[in-house]
Design a protein around this ligand. Structure first.
Ligand SMILES: *Cc1c(COP(=O)(O)O)cnc(C)c1O
Length: 463
């Protein structure tokens, strides 16, 4: 399996290389050069497998020769042993049509753990082989940071610099990052939004004053290995609800378009999926793009679902590449135009290509709170604001009643307990696995929102 850049001019890489590379050198994102296919019988054969075994089966074609099947199976076993539920991603039925897929049973209470627990192990594996070091630079709207830090803290040959927008992540999210005391963990709070932080990270990858001295790696969903790991739970959910002989729909609370792109990949691999519902909050660039072709970024409005407070969705580029004819040169031009003006119209091919599988919805703050209340009053379920956005979109999707709709429950409600308390009057307790989070001391550096400040800080502190 080879990986190619969405912008057509970076070298093709194998899985081990793409895992360590993050962003492609031409500014694009890596995607497999073709989609591995599973036949219906092969998918039926996956029924009943333990999650770690299923993960190894689904990922094997993407990993190619980079790991033996036995080693891949060991790594998935280790990655998923830290989850608090034996099913890893259990399904919960709400009514005849609505289901929740709980993705928050990992160590940091959000779905990011599903991919990052594995990615931490992959980094260690591939770096040890080459005897090299990796400096991870990432931006987080809250959950990637804590999951990535948990996954790499104390590991050999890796260090991590994590940028979060100051004051725009929840207390629990911030403390899950800043109370991890390991010499290879560096937390940075910057003035500005997640988009500002993400733009700085992209510049670091392209800045020779940094890349000449350090090998820079990515833990954001620009890293292919993350998306690959997320494909697995689409299979897991489908297999439990009658797949592949029955089509499901998924409603996915979306920010950077990584999680829902993994659903697109599952469909491309042969998993029958009726529809992928892209659920956004009021930061609705993806809803506008999918419903009218208008991909134009406004400024970010902070909401109760901060992990979705994003205007520029990195992984959307992967979709545009895949449905728009896989023409990297043309897409590179289109994306550079977007980066200049922060606006573009999708081509007809891109719009039609996306319309076959995707639907979208925008859910505002009142609807989010009402959705949290509705789940509690009708089903006795306490859900977090991100999940509530997905569930609102699922309940209002006009799909035939025989199509099950699985909403991805992306965070544990305790991670966003202020918003949950505002909506329901109940304050969800933090699960034991987060320990004495509020008793531990925090450590982080505050920096102004300028690229130079961030770059100089990294150059000064990187090993
Ligand atoms: C990251 C995150 C999202 C958005 O996922 P993307 O892959 O960026 O679309 C949604 N909900 C929660 C809780 C998250 O942490």
């Amino acid at each position: 399996m080879k990986y190619v850049s969405t912008r057509g001019s970076a070298p093709a890489l194998d899985f081990a290389e793409v895992t360590l590379a993050g962003l492609a050198s031409d500014g694009g994102l890596y995607v497999p050069d073709s989609w591995p296919q599973f036949g219906m019988d092969e998918i039926r054969d996956m029924r009943g497998l333990p999650y770690a075994e299923l993960a190894a089966r689904v990922m094997a074609p993407f990993v190619g020769d980079s790991l033996t099947p036995a080693r891949l199976r060991e790594l998935t076993g280790e990655a998923y042993s830290r989850f608090a539920h034996t099913a890893v991603t259990p399904l919960v039925q709400l009514d005849e049509q609505q289901w929740l897929l709980e993705l928050f049973h990992g160590p940091t209470l959000a779905f990011k753990d599903v991919a990052l627990q594995l990615l931490g192990l992959l980094f260690e594996e591939f770096l040890a082989r080459e005897d090299s070091r990796l400096t991870i630079v990432g931006a987080t709207s809250g959950d990637t940071g804590s999951a990535a830090i948990d996954a790499v803290a104390g590991r050999d040959n890796v260090e991590i610099f994590m940028l979060h927008p100051k004051g725009r992540v929840s207390d629990v999210q911030r403390r899950q990052m800043t109370t991890v005391r390991a010499p290879n963990v560096h937390n940075i709070a910057i003035e500005g939004s997640f988009d500002d932080a993400q733009a700085m990270v992209k510049r670091i990858f392209a800045d020779e004053s940094v890349t000449a001295r350090h090998r820079i790696g990515a833990v954001n969903s620009i890293n292919w290995a993350r998306l690959m790991a997320q494909v697995v739970y689409y299979f897991a959910a489908s297999l439990q609800l009658g797949g592949p002989d029955r089509k499901l729909a998924f409603s996915v609370p979306t920010g950077n378009f990584g999680d829902v792109f993994a659903g697109h990949v599952a469909a491309r691999m042969g998993l029958p999926i009726d529809r992928l519902i892209v659920a956004t909050n009021v930061n609705d660039i993806l809803h506008r793009a999918l419903s009218s072709g208008d991909y134009s970024a406004g400024s970010v409005t902070p909401t109760a679902a901060p992990s979705m407070d994003i205007q520029v969705s990195s992984n959307f580029e992967r979709l545009l590449f895949d449905v728009g004819g896989r023409d990297g040169v043309a897409l590179g031009e289109q994306m550079r135009g977007f980066e200049g003006s922060r606006a573009m119209m999708l081509s007809n091919a891109q719009r039609e290509g996306a319309a076959g599988l995707f639907a979208s919805a925008r859910v505002d703050e009142d609807e989010t709170a009402a959705s949290i209340r509705h789940a509690h009053e009708n089903w006795g379920e306490i859900i977090d604001p991100h999940t509530a956005i997905g569930l609102h979109a699922a309940r209002h999707a006009a799909l035939p009643s025989q199509v099950p709709i699985v909403t991805l429950a992306t965070a544990h409600p305790a991670k966003f307990r202020d918003a949950v308390e505002r909506a329901t009057g109940l304050r969800p307790a933090l699960p034991n696995r987060v320990g004495d989070l509020f008793a531990r001391e925090e450590a982080y550096t505050e920096l102004p929102g300028t690229y130079e400040a961030v770059r100089d800080h990294i150059l000064e502190h990187a090993a």
